[in-house]
Design a protein around this ligand. Sequence first.
Ligand SMILES: [Zn+2]
Length: 172
Amino acid sequence: MRLGGLLIEQYQDFGRFLDGYRERSSPRTPRSISNFIYLLLHTMAHHFAHAVVEYSGLEHGSMGEYLFPADLAFLVYRKGMTPDLGNLSAMWRNQALTMFERLLSDRTLKCDSGSLCDQRGGACPACIMAPEVACIAGNNLLSRAALNGGMPPGWDADRTPLTGFLRIDTPD
Ligand SMILES: [Zn+2]
């Protein structure tokens, strides 16, 4: 069965306020297909939105996001979009390749706050977090470790380090 199908089969409701997914949730929550797919897609959406903000010049507060876990997809959009797509079309025309290279660069997957952020699950306002109005999940279920590897988020009952999605070796 495909991953999206497994996710639907093993669907878990995270609850209205994602109480099981806070950095200091107690007891900790076991890893599952649902919460790890969400963690990865949500982190990718934030990582992408940060790059859009940098290259388009748009405010992060004017961005929004949707996640479609069963389709393994995310959407980052600009709220109150003008019909000509404005800054976003200029960004794609002039910077598309640079922007994709940036998404994969080591530099953007690190945090300026250093090891404190890494040890606390890899998400803080200095790196991958977004303004509350731009985030669909209150900055929960978010960790650079999902992309870059490292210590798991604080809610994760399994304390073994994660292999980041962008660090998985694929056969040529
Ligand atoms: Zn950080």
